[in-house]
Design a binder for this molecule. Structure first.
Ligand SMILES: [Cu+2]
Length: 468
């Protein structure tokens, strides 16, 4: 081989390498499964090896590759379920060939993707797949790519240096935490407050409702828009109201992009079928009789529920206690939490697990009723229903300047008008509900808050504007 030929061969190799790198970069920009850097490297290596062989007639690179392969093949069973991948660490000797037998033991779909680019298809409950990892020469990370599952703990590691305690963070991290919210700012011009007025129960004893999952965007704090997961496009979802003995027939449709379910605390039934997770495009019918009065929570039933509730999938069912007296005005406030960032991202999920919301909200918006106060007239009796949706925090609902003369909590009248005592706060743990009543004594602006001041100062607040 002449010096000229060798030069052209090396030049050609450089062009091939540049093309491969370009393809890799474009592929990564697409945002989808990364091709394996190892695979690209191997292909490149093979090309260069072939060129080198052609050029020099030697076998050094091939000999080296052969030396790395121990010739041993290991097969390991891997189970997906309960928001975990078991085992979380698979240890092999460097150079071993690894095959994973992956089985989904859960009641919802999962997959397993490795940072080498190897992946299983999406596995429905009970399905299995064989994942050929190939020859392992360095640590490999794996995770489930279903929305939020990697962040919730579905990750694993293939190690060549023995088992390790901690699997690495998955590759779907959502970046740096967002800046703190400015709650004293203005809501944008096209913002419309959620009407907190609670209409009376409709007539009849049978109620038919359609609830569709909608993944959408809404203004969740002054000037702050956030992707949310909703029932019927709003946070909280639609309010259902009826009387003891009424039957609710809910058609639940998943128009989202990941699995969702629904769980009505207002009904008592075996959860197996009606509360099951359904996939995008599927629907189910959920029928329950409201046997007990109360202010009930409903929420998405799909794991991890912290993510589904924390991203907006909750609402209230009001079942009137028998003999409930009419009042001048009724309002419903569902308290929840706001976690900014991309739903299901590692960064968002980390704050959910730590119980550190960016804000607390009434009816989906932090400090929303600062900008659209609830109204009443002095001397009117006002009933305020409250449900604590969490997923982490309860509430201590208080109206500054007002005293409650009626308190109804978790199905029990704790205080009725005419009793000697009064109440200052309605305390609700996560997933509890009730109502309070007050008569505002005179015109003025009465703030309402969750009296846990961390919550009030970070959004769980609003105003009653009382006129003569
Ligand atoms: Cu959900």
């Amino acid at each position: 081989m002449s010096a000229d030929t060798l030069l052209w061969t090396l030049l050609l190799a450089a062009v091939v390498a540049a093309a491969a790198v370009t393809v890799t970069v474009l592929y990564r920009r697409g945002g989808d499964p990364l091709p394996s850097p190892g695979a690209v490297g191997t292909a490149l290596g093979a090309a260069l090896t072939a060129l080198a062989l052609g050029a020099a007639g030697g076998g050094t690179a091939l000999d080296q590759a052969a030396a790395q392969d121990t010739g041993a093949t290991r097969t390991v069973e891997v189970v997906l379920g309960d928001m975990a991948i078991s085992p979380a660490t698979v240890a092999v000797d460097a150079g071993d060939t690894l095959v994973l037998q992956v089985r989904n033991d859960d009641d919802q779909a999962h997959d397993l993707v490795l940072d080498t680019g190897a992946r299983t298809p999406r596995l429905e409950p009970g399905q299995s797949a064989t994942l050929r990892v190939g020859t392992v020469t360095a640590a490999v990370e794996g995770w489930c790519t279903v929305m939020g599952h990697g962040a919730a703990g579905m990750r694993m590691r293939i190690d060549t240096a023995g088992p390790t305690a901690d699997a690495p963070a998955p590759a779907d991290a959502g970046g740096a935490p967002p800046a703190p919210l400015n709650l004293s700012g203005e809501m944008s011009g096209d913002w419309r407050p959620r009407d907190a007025a609670l209409p009376p129960a409709p007539g009849g004893t049978e109620h038919e409702v359609e609830i569709r999952v909608a993944e959408t965007e809404m203004e969740v704090a002054p000037g702050v828009r956030q992707n949310v997961w909703t029932f019927n496009g709003d946070v909280p979802g639609p309010v259902l109201r009826g009387r003891v003995g009424d039957v609710f027939t809910v058609t639940f449709v998943n128009d989202g992009t990941t699995g969702h379910g629904i769980d009505f605390h207002a009904g008592s039934l075996a959860p197996d079928e009606p509360m099951r997770t359904i996939q995008p495009g599927e629907r189910l019918t959920y029928r329950f009789r409201a046997e007990k009065a109360g202010a009930w929570l409903y929420h998405c039933s799909t794991a991890p529920m912290s993510q589904h509730i924390g991203n907006g999938m909750y609402g209230a069912v009001v079942v009137d206690p028998p003999g409930l007296e009419p009042v001048d005005r009724e309002y419903l406030l569902v308290q929840g939490e706001l976690y900014l960032g991309e739903p299901g991202s590692a960064e968002q999920v980390a704050r959910m697990r730590a119980g550190e919301p960016d804000a607390w909200v009434f009816n989906g918006v932090a400090a929303g009723y600062d900008h659209a106060p609830l109204t009443a007239k002095a001397g009117e009796r006002v009933r305020i229903w409250v449900v604590a949706a969490g997923p982490t925090s309860g509430t201590s609902f208080h109206v500054v300047g007002a005293q409650f003369d009626a308190v109804y909590k978790e199905g029990a009248h704790l205080l009725r008008p005419g009793d000697d005592g009064g109440a200052q706060s309605l305390d609700l743990a996560v997933a509890q509900g009730g109502f309070v009543e007050t008569v505002f004594p005179e015109a003025g602006s009465y703030p309402f808050v969750d009296h846990d001041m961390r919550h009030a100062e970070n959004g769980a607040r609003g105003f009653f504007e009382i006129t003569e």
